[in-house]
Write a protein that binds this ligand. Structure first.
Ligand code: ADP
Ligand code: MG
Length: 339
């Protein structure tokens, strides 16, 4: 075994990573053994997803550790939400440059708070020394056969999005501007910074969509890019009314001031759900959603074909929508040189 932190590794696990999240009766073996062991009830399937956040790629190296603890878990929970699953357990592979206890305290507090909100338990992981990098595998349960997938949408289905889009993108834009001019990051409005650094996984909405939504995806790479994944899997096109996009005040003013639809369409990290519903289910959807703390907006419809039409508020098509759908959204390796 590699003694990466000498004696420090196990003390850090004991002090900062053990006991995070909710206590669960289905955890047979918690942190401290070679494997975590959990029970899954009859009639449920296991849904799991892993995400990695790399310093300098997914977050600034001086990012608040509490927020980072939150976000590292939130991105995985958002995948469970899109599937309609109930969060249950997670494992954490953490690579740290140094055993910084203040940082670990903040990180584990952020992770613990969000995990408790969703009844999830951190049941294991790995701790290594190296450039700051966080991988979390989330695991959840879904009633057998009820997972919401990307491939079920049909032409004519209504396209909905939760919350507002473009907030995290605007926060990132402002942070980059402030950092390049050496102004303190605290000047980014708290609402926008919160949307970037502490996104809200839409677990309750995902649960409400079971049996209703024909397809769903969470928006991590940008609305158009993620819509593109859904269209490809469902073999449909889409028509989107740009004037219907749900925008917060700051994003609406930035978008409308410059006629810059790329902000709400192309920026990622909002972790809202994009989903489709057959027209006869719209009323049921709205009455279910009225019971939970999350807004949804009808932004367009699925169409026959495979192209995306973006309709401006004046009724004209926004040109080059197809090239746009292909070129926007974040994608690793896209611009990397291959040697
Ligand atoms: P092994 O060497 O058998 O893989 P480790 O010695 O690395 O196990 O870890 C000891 C225990 O601590 C294991 O139960 C493991 O799941 C847990 N653990 C290690 N790192 C983390 C972490 N970053 N977060 C949560 N649990 C961790
Ligand atoms: Mg072992």
């Amino acid at each position: 075994m590699n003694k990466r932190f000498a004696r420090g590794e196990f003390a850090l696990i004991d002090d900062f990573l053990t006991g995070l999240g909710s206590t669960r009766s289905d955890v047979v073996t918690d942190i401290g053994d070679d494997c975590a062991i959990t029970r899954i009830p009859a009639g449920f399937e296991l849904a799991f997803s892993i995400d990695t956040l790399v310093s300098g790629v997914h977050f600034f190296s001086d990012c608040d550790p509490v927020s980072l603890g939150h976000k590292s878990l939130a991105v995985g929970l958002s995948d469970l939400a899109a599937t309609g699953a109930i969060p249950a357990w997670a494992t954490l592979a953490l690579t740290l440059p140094k055993p910084d206890q203040i940082w670990l305290q903040g990180f584990s507090a952020g992770l613990h708070r969000l995990a408790k909100t969703h009844g999830l338990r951190l049941v294991g992981g790995d701790l290594t020394q190296g450039p700051l990098c966080i991988s979390i595998q989330v695991m959840g349960m879904i009633e057998a056969g009820q997972a919401i997938l990307r491939n079920g949408a049909k032409p004519g289905d209504a396209i909905f999005v939760s919350g507002t889009v473009g907030d995290a993108g605007l926060a990132l834009r402002q942070l980059l501007t402030l950092k390049s001019s050496d102004i303190l990051s605290s000047s980014v409005p708290a609402f926008l910074l919160g949307r970037l650094e502490q996104p809200t996984p839409r677990i309750e909405l995902g649960r409400a969509l079971r049996g209703l939504a024909s397809s769903a995806i969470d928006i991590s790479d940008g609305l158009l890019a993620d819509l593109g994944h859904l269209l490809k899997q469902s073999q449909c096109g889409a028509s989107i009314e740009l004037g219907q996009l749900p925008l917060s005040k700051p994003v609406a003013s930035a978008t409308l001031r410059c006629d810059d639809w790329m902000l709400p369409l192309g920026s990622g990290d909002d972790y809202e759900l994009l989903f489709t519903v057959p027209p006869h289910q719209i009323q049921t959807l709205l009455s279910r959603v009225a019971l939970i703390d999350c807004h949804v907006t009808h932004i367009g419809n699925m169409t026959v074909g495979n192209d995306v039409q973006l309709i401006q508020p004046n009724g004209e098509l926004w040109n080059q929508s197809n090239q746009l759908a292909e070129s926007c959204g974040f994608e690793h390796f896209r611009t990397a040189e291959i040697h």
